[in-house]
Design a binder for this molecule. Structure first.
Ligand code: KG4
Ligand code: ZN
Length: 338
């Protein structure tokens, strides 16, 4: 029964958590969003520096919140890939140092495996197999979860991630960063049928379309053209209707693929994760479609969907319980498949 201190610094959250298997003992998340929003997106160099300035205090706070001493910690984990290299290095180096200092097993965790494990924090009795739909700023994946460490990616985005598409469309509508929550709020006051936008299908060499892969860059370009056309005609851009039509297209596209993937693989549960899991349109479409097909869909609370260290700890605990560890020579990688 592993109690793990875990660190997550792959992007713009400095996060430290302590979990006892699937039970959360403490969680600290220092968000850098206010720092990056003035640049309209994450600046890697700024992110690394912020992690460095925050990490020690976050570790101390996580230990204090859990009211544990180092003797009660069974292992130290950190995200090792994928992500911003300089940002990842801060967390991984801190974890290695703690492991050496306190003579504990060390484990590097794949960021996406962490997102998969986030569901267990709110659904501790969940057991594989299930389908994981990961929709974040960096990823859009459909993953068959067969067991701890046994994953098969069945669908991906061929270009922009879902959250990235929200952020880019928000930027072209001059709405601010991060765009997802802003578009979501505006979309709820707009007409999703106001504009017909292309869903973005991925063609197969053999003909037809890939059933699970998605593409969002064409949709983003279509929104850009629509806005340019309206401006050329000197018409005001109906931002709420554009947001609603865009969001509806993304939600329908993700829902269709996730439902088909679950049904075709005989899975009865879809566990959603990543920041876009907060999206009201996606929640609505997916819940309705899942109910119609007798599927269970799990949306963990947002604090476990967006980047956090509890999910990394939860994955690490499962691995440590199975005797898995990483060498202290493990390095970070900006890109790495699951
Ligand atoms: O999982 P996350 O915190 O970080 C990554 O691993 O990328 O996801 C952040 C992404 C951002 O692109 C943000 O715009 C999007 O999640 N997001 C949303 C919503 N809340 C956050 N997208 C759509 N609707 C939302 N309500
Ligand atoms: Zn993430």
């Amino acid at each position: 029964m592993a109690t793990v201190l875990a660190i997550e610094t792959s992007c713009d959250e400095t996060a430290v958590a302590i979990v006892n298997n699937r039970l959360l003992r403490s969680s600290i998340i220092a968000s850098q969003i206010p720092v990056h929003s003035r640049y309209g997106g994450v600046v890697p160099e700024v992110a690394s520096r912020q992690h460095l300035e925050t990490i020690n205090e976050a570790i101390a706070q996580a230990m204090e919140q859990a009211q544990l001493d180092w003797g009660e910690i069974d292992g130290i984990a950190a995200t090792c890939a994928p992500g911003l290299v300089g940002a990842l290095l801060v967390g991984l180096t801190a974890a290695k140092t703690l492991a050496m200092l306190h003579n504990k097993p060390f484990l590097g965790v794949h960021h996406l495996e962490g997102h998969i494990y986030a569901t267990y924090l709110s659904e501790p009795t969940l057991e594989p197999p299930f389908l994981s739909l990961l929709v974040s700023g960096g990823h859009t994946s459909l993953i068959y979860v067969n067991d701890c460490g046994d994953y098969k990616t069945l669908g991906e985005t061929r270009d922009d991630a879902a959250g990235e598409a929200f952020d880019k469309v928000a930027r072209l509508l001059q709405l601010g960063y991060p765009g997802g929550p802003i578009i979501d709020r505006l979309a709820q006051q707009g007409n999703p049928q106001a504009f017909s936008l292309p869903e973005g299908k991925v063609s197969l060499p053999s003909g037809g379309y890939h059933p699970y892969d998605a593409s969002f860059s064409g949709l983003k370009t279509a929104v850009l053209r629509l806005v340019q056309q309206l401006e050329k005609q000197q018409q005001p851009v109906p931002v709420k209707d554009v947001a609603a039509s865009f969001q509806d297209t993304v939600a329908r596209s993700l829902t269709k693929r996730a439902i088909a993937c679950a049904l075709n693989h005989g899975l009865d549960t879809i566990a959603v994760g990543g920041g876009v899991a907060a999206n009201s349109g996606l929640r609505q479409h997916l819940q309705t479609a899942a109910a119609a097909h007798n599927l269970r869909v799990l949306f963990p609370p947002l604090k476990f969907c967006t980047d956090n260290a509890a999910m990394i700890g939860c994955a690490a605990a499962d691995h440590l319980n199975r005797g898995h560890t990483s060498p202290l020579t493990l390095s970070v990688q900006s890109r790495l498949g699951l």
